[in-house]
Design a protein around this ligand. Structure first.
Ligand SMILES: NC(=O)C1=CN([C@@H]2O[C@H](COP(=O)(O)OP(=O)(O)OC[C@H]3O[C@@H](n4cnc5c(N)ncnc54)[C@H](O)[C@@H]3O)[C@@H](O)[C@H]2O)C=CC1
Ligand SMILES: CC/C=C\C[C@H](O)/C=C/C=C\C=C\C=C\C(=O)[C@@H](O)C/C=C\CCC(=O)O
Length: 165
């Protein structure tokens, strides 16, 4: 795909998760992999720009989406010692809501069609729909502080409030 290898350029969309932006205590390995996807995407996007690959590299961070993966928390072999904490994930699902896969498809199309997007970290949540992580303002630290301190529903309200200019 890269022009450096004779390709015509294009766009790559890596799939992370909101777990890559907010720690999921009951899924530390999953959280680590999704944080890695975000870091890798942002680094490769910068490389592609500097090396003129002609390839835009972005990532999506959906919240909970209505797919079979949600049922994996019901199986102890998937959850290991965190199986006892599965109700906490169920509570997050109930508080944050569950998106339909079409919402993720809409995000995918936006990344494909908006040629200005490179190194973007797209978030897709029930409360705010499609929006982007803003690394310029340290907002992420603010969110994690609020979210880790409060009940998810309260956190949502406080985080949304703090975003109002
Ligand atoms: N469903 C959710 O709540 C969220 C999912 N994600 C991420 O979205 C991605 C897709 O997840 P879901 O569709 O929800 O999971 P899923 O488990 O419902 O579907 C995954 C599909 O990928 C297939 N698959 C597995 N390994 C494969 C391989 N090596 N080659 C080709 N196909 C393979 C499986 O057969 C399955 O049909 C994952 O990376 C997941 O971490 C991110 C945020 C939220
Ligand atoms: C068992 C399910 C396994 C994986 C599904 C998925 O990958 C895991 C998601 C983990 C956490 C989801 C968090 C969702 C958060 C929200 O919906 C936000 O509304 C929370 C509030 C503020 C975040 C800041 C913002 O939206 O900009």
């Amino acid at each position: 795909m890269s022009r450096a290898c004779g390709g015509n350029g294009g766009v790559i969309i890596n799939v992370s998760s909101m777990a890559g932006l907010m720690p999921a205590p009951q899924q530390p390995v999953y959280t680590a992999t999704k944080c890695g996807v975000i870091g890798f995407t942002r680094a490769m996007a910068e490389t592609s720009k500097r090396e003129n690959y002609g390839v835009r590299i972005n990532t999506m961070c959906p919240a909970f989406v209505n797919t079979p993966i949600l049922k994996t928390i019901d199986e102890e072999e998937n959850m290991g010692k965190y199986f006892k904490d599965r109700d906490a994930i169920r509570k997050m699902m109930s508080n944050f809501g569950i998106l339909e896969p079409a919402a993720v498809a809409d995000g995918l199309m936006k990344i494909i069609e908006d040629e200005t997007l490179n190194g973007a970290v797209m978030k897709i949540t029930k409360t705010k729909g499609i929006h982007f992580e803003d690394y310029a303002t340290g907002y992420l630290q603010e969110v994690q502080e609020v979210v880790m301190r409060k009940d998810p529903e309260e956190a949502n309200e406080e985080v949304t409030e703090s975003r109002k200019c």
